[in-house]
Design a protein around this ligand. Sequence first.
Ligand SMILES: C[S@@+](CC[C@H](N)C(=O)[O-])C[C@H]1O[C@@H](n2cnc3c(N)ncnc32)[C@H](O)[C@@H]1O
Ligand code: SF4
Length: 389
Amino acid sequence: MVNMKTIPSAPQFAVYVHWPFCLSKCPYCDFNSHVRHGGVDEARFLRAYESEIAQTAARIGARTVSSIFFGGGTPSLMQPSSVQTILDAIAKHWTVAPDVEVTLEANPTSVEATRFRGYRTAGVNRVSLGVQALDDGALKELGRLHTAQEALDAVAVARAIFQRYSFDLIYARPRQTLEAWAAELRRAIAEAAEHLSLYQLTIEPGTPFFGLHAAGKLTVPDDDLARDLYDLTQAVCADAGLPAYEISNHARPGAECRHNLIYWRGHEYAGIGPGAHGRLNIGSYRYATETEKRPESWLMRVEARGSGTTVDEKLTPGETADEYLLMGLRLAEGIDPQRFTALAGRTIDPNRVSFLREQGTVEMTAGGRLRVTQSGFPLLDAVVADLAA
Ligand SMILES: C[S@@+](CC[C@H](N)C(=O)[O-])C[C@H]1O[C@@H](n2cnc3c(N)ncnc32)[C@H](O)[C@@H]1O
Ligand code: SF4
């Protein structure tokens, strides 16, 4: 497990594998997820995942993999043998660290819980469950296919099988009160072991929720209530020994999701599968990669050329540095200003830092790191925009 007290500076490498299929589309979700009523040719997709892994490895060369993350979509719709095939392909091309973290995102239905043991046998050692709410009315409104009890049962199965598990909840939902959220969160914490992801509902363009919201048929908490809900979340979790290590992620110290930290600390990761993003360090350059989003188009592209890559951009030093700032300031540990300087070839504007420090939105730690304060976090986007400009 990663100990936040010893922030590793050695380069880390992760592999993200995107499985883009879901049983149904939740009305709030704008992730790259698709419903295929006619079924999915899993064997054909697997061959494409193997090709893309091989081609990425041929491009970047030897690496030691610290983390593998199966995200979605709904990776818990994959057969455990498919997960095994992908893990074998990764191990064939790269060295896998003995303490590798292998996470799989799972939807908490009873059907999916029956596959958990198979995933563990395949090599998964951490699951992240999309519980979303512990209230049946809210689950229905969110378009979920499970009840609160079914989700809790899946959490119990995860607890029995995996050493590490986490679950996601969405708050700041329509009509949610502070009292109701406090009770739901305390119940969730009682079920959580070491990690919780707590996301404020965002109304994403292009989703059914966006249309309903625009038509006045879906009301979410106003800014003041959303802020109170956020503050309550921080206080309740910190009290329970699950402080935020990132704006929406809480963990017992040492139990942070290593994969997430690799993104936010600006390390290297390969993105495999439809719509996956990667950041690859080749020579002295950093590349931003993206693959074709539509699963069938991605499949055909990989079958024709070995990879589904559609975007492959060499980042400038300034872009790399700004990305480090943008991602790193999401973390409670903040960023190392000297690393920013080394990347950007310039310092972060001291006048802007002074101004934000006076406003109380950022602070310097005793160790010389720059971080966003507790009261600055709800204003994170504005703070980052100010510093990166
Ligand atoms: C891409 S989903 C994959 C997880 C899995 N398919 C599931 O739904 O349980 C990852 C997480 O993003 C969060 N999420 C997705 N859309 C969101 C939105 N509009 N607002 C807040 N959280 C959202 C949910 O908590 C979800 O569990
Ligand atoms: S929230 Fe999860 S299950 Fe729902 S559509 Fe998005 S990825 Fe699929």
